[in-house]
Each structure stands twice: as structure tokens, then as C-alpha cells.
Design a protein around this ligand. Structure first.
Ligand code: G3P
Length: 220
């Protein structure tokens, strides 16, 4: 009887346990180091050694070529999609799962905290919640690459995604998932693998990181 009063009964406890399990699964799915494994198999290169700030599809392309890039991109989009599907048909907390799958991708415990920039798992997650958002966030790196400003193009598309969600008539359902993927994406741009704010770094440098996803002075 006591647990009925305090915890809401065994069924509720089991439900909480299952929810925590699914949440943990989302993080671990995101953390699966697809770029690292594919690049290692294809070329023997350890992406953490050559491109530690972004162990991603782009890193796999630089290290091993187009086929590994396409394979990693597909796997990383699938990570986001599967994590939201695992949240269940009812999907009461897709935003939480979206945030965790992107966070796992960005700071993978299998890579000692290294990881990607979060775009591909975000595309997969948004394909489940609002496919138009996936198209918007995908357009940025493509257009940016064509203009030789991939980082700025990616940020512009992310800002557009947020703006559209804010003014949308469906914003109550769209905004949580959009915010959930953008928080870890922008945190990775600003803070990198260490998730640290350095007091000696000027604010302008953090703004530059957010906009361009790089440091002009090459530190931090
Ligand atoms: O942001 P990521 O880690 O999904 O990687 C993105 C790809 O390299 C394409 O920009």
C-alpha cells in the first residue's frame, strides 16, 4: 500500500523505468560513432586525430571519400529517426528524445566526448516530427557549401527553422522539437567538445563560433 501512496503504484514505477530506459536509449543511439567506424574501416584514419572538433560525415568524406560520406550521412539521419520512433507511438516527449539523440551524437562517450555537429541526427528527428523542418535544416549546409560558407549557411537555415516554428500556427507542437535539436547544435558550435566557457575568451569569439562554426584565431 505504501508504494501506492508514495510512488503511484508498481505500474507507475514500471512506466517511469521504461521512460528512463527509452531516454537512455536515445542518447546511446545518438552516441553510436558511425563516422569514426566507417572512416576507420574505409581508410584506417582515426577522425579524432585529424578532425577532432567534428567527427562527422564531412570528416569521413575528407578522410575516405564520397561513399563513406553517404554511408555516414544515412546512418546518422537514421539515428535521429529511430530515436524518435523508439519514443513510442504516443510520443509524449519527442522533444526530449530529439535533444538527447543530438547530444549523444555531439558528445559521444564512445569517442571520449568528441562527436559531430548534430545536423544529421536532427534531420532524422525532424523527419519524424515535421519533415518540412528537416528540409529547411538540410538546405543550409548545401547552400553554404556552394557559397564556400558551410558554417554560416548551416546557421542561417537553423535560424530560419526557429523563425518558422515561432510564427507557425502549429508552434505549440512544432517549437519544442525545433528548440530541442537547436540547443545541442548551437551548444556544440559555441562550446566544442569540452562543453566549457573560457572566461578569458571574448564574447565576440563565441558569437563568431555560433555564426561561422569556427575560430578565426584558431584557439579554443
Ligand atoms: O553535423 P553532423 O555531425 O551531423 O555532420 C554534418 C555533416 O558533416 C554535413 O555537414
Amino acid at each position: 500500500m505504501a508504494d501506492t501512496v508514495v510512488f503511484g503504484g508498481p505500474t507507475r514505477v514500471a512506466g517511469i523505468g521504461e521512460g528512463l530506459w527509452r531516454v537512455g536509449c536515445s542518447f546511446l543511439i545518438g552516441a553510436l560513432p558511425s563516422a569514426h567506424l566507417v572512416a576507420k574501416c574505409a581508410s584506417g584514419v582515426d577522425l579524432r586525430a585529424v578532425h577532432p572538433e567534428s567527427v562527422s560525415a564531412t570528416g569521413a568524406y575528407r578522410a575516405a571519400g564520397l561513399a563513406p560520406f553517404l554511408i555516414v550521412s544515412a546512418l546518422d539521419v537514421a539515428k535521429g529517426y529511430v530515436a524518435i520512433r523508439l519514443a513510442g507511438r504516443g510520443r509524449r516527449s519527442p522533444a526530449l528524445h530529439a535533444a538527447l539523440v543530438v547530444a549523444g551524437h555531439n558528445w559521444s562517450p564512445f569517442l571520449q566526448g568528441a562527436g559531430g555537429r548534430g545536423i544529421t541526427p536532427a534531420i532524422g528527428a525532424l523527419l519524424c516530427t515535421d519533415w518540412k523542418g528537416a528540409v529547411v535544416i538540410l538546405s543550409g549546409p548545401g547552400l553554404g557549401y556552394a557559397c564556400r560558407e558551410t558554417g554560416l549557411g548551416s546557421f542561417a537555415s537553423q535560424l530560419l527553422l526557429l523563425s518558422v516554428a515561432l510564427v507557425s500556427r502549429k508552434r505549440r507542437s512544432a517549437l519544442p522539437s525545433v528548440a530541442a535539436v537547436l540547443v545541442p547544435i548551437w551548444a556544440k558550435r559555441i562550446l566544442g567538445n569540452e562543453l566549457e566557457v573560457h572566461a578569458d575568451l571574448p564574447v565576440a569569439r563565441y558569437v563568431e563560433r555560433l555564426l561561422y562554426d569556427r575560430d578565426s584565431a584558431g584557439t579554443g
